[in-house]
Design a protein around this ligand. Sequence first.
Ligand code: CA
Length: 125
Amino acid sequence: MLALSMIKRWEKSMSSHEKGFENAWFSRQSNLNIVEHFNEIKTYAYLAFDQLDEDKNGYIDQNELLNALDSPRTSEREKSFILFLLSNQEAIAEAFNEGDDQPDPEGISRNDLEAYFKLISELIG
Ligand SMILES: [Ca+2]
């Protein structure tokens, strides 16, 4: 009887230990995936910046993102990055204060991208 309860207790502690281990592993994996995902978007945004900024004013605005999304030259993978930029456009554009005299403050600048992704990496660090 005593042995049985000891085994049960041991099983219980083992399974909760394993669960804790699995959860830690999963959350570590998903954090790594998130970091990786953000790094991919960041890399894409930096590399494609000049291409996305059609009027070359230093800002990627919503129309320019939508044009890229519509373009047959844009791959599905790139489209998923553009969708991210579109849905977070406001937060990204606000990440860096360009100053009031700057045109197109709603567009995304290189400074915005840098500030935004720095903030993200600090948050999930
Ligand atoms: Ca532009």
